[in-house]
Design a protein around this ligand. Structure first.
Ligand code: C5P
Length: 238
């Protein structure tokens, strides 16, 4: 497999074509952004940490029957993935109130959400990823009802698997965002799962061990990501 030209550079990852039309290389960079790109910084080792973390999670999900775009880790900062047609809809599940939900509804941070909530957002930086619903997604052709149904089913399956995995490491999976795409007509989990796209709290102290450390200027961002990884069995290259 040969890495070819850059296809797209996102806020934290770059995507490259390969000599295989069905495969892409994802390069995880140290760049970190929040608040729709208004806060930006390069955090040393973040590309490596998120790439290794994501590979571990994707393999666990794949083993449990979740279809993912992940093929294999190629290097410290690169992974090989299936080339998909991305569905421009972000799926968010919340087990505990935090972040956007607290802001929007004024509920208390840390409140347990039973049953967990499911929200859809349009992936659109210019519009600040507005909240949408199934009706809007269908009308505007972002996703069909069948695709949305499968996305919701897979997002909750991921919740079941990862809540358990993180709990074993003494961590609470507060919330997370997933993205999906279509590969040969099938809805497949794409993008990444790392502390950049979820909230993880220490189960005893409720210390934040995710990207909120960057958003809120708490420091120790990458140290927290590594701590989370180590607690669930990720082995980072030294
Ligand atoms: O900001 P909000 O509380 O709605 O985010 C919910 C979850 O989705 C958080 O874990 C956040 O990190 C993640 N998220 C993301 N990318 C976005 C929006 C939210 O990773 N564009």
């Amino acid at each position: 497999m040969e890495k070819r030209q850059e296809l797209y550079a996102g806020k934290a990852k770059s995507v490259y074509t390969t000599d295989d039309p069905d495969l892409l290389v994802l390069q995880f960079r140290d760049d970190t952004s929040a608040f729709d790109g208004k806060k930006k910084e390069a955090l040393a080792r973040k590309g490596m940490v998120n790439n290794v973390f994501n590979a571990y999670i994707m393999e666990r999900l794949q083993d449990a029957g979740i279809p993912t775009h992940f093929e294999k880790r190629l290097s410290d900062t690169e992974s090989l993935v299936k080339k998909m047609a991305m569905i421009p809809v972000e799926c968010v599940v919340r087990n505990i109130a935090a972040g956007g939900l607290v802001k929007r509804l004024g509920v208390e941070e840390g409140r347990e959400l039973s049953p967990p909530t499911f929200e859809l957002f349009l992936k659109n930086d210019e519009k600040g990823d507005p909240m949408i619903n199934e009706s809007l997604a269908e009308t505007f052709g972002w996703a069909t009802p069948a695709q949305l149904g499968r996305m919701k089913e897979l997002t909750f399956k991921v919740n079941h698997l990862l809540k358990q995995l993180f709990a074993e490491g003494g961590l609470m999976l507060v919330d997370y965002k997933l993205e999906f795409g279509l590969f040969k007509g099938e809805v497949v989990l794409g993008d990444e799962f790392s502390p950049d796209g979820c909230r993880l709290w220490d189960a005893k102290t409720r210390e934040k061990l995710d990207k909120d450390r960057f958003r809120q200027g708490l420091g120790g961002v990458i140290e927290a990501y590594e701590e989370v990884g180590r607690r669930i069995g990720v082995i980072f290259p030294s």
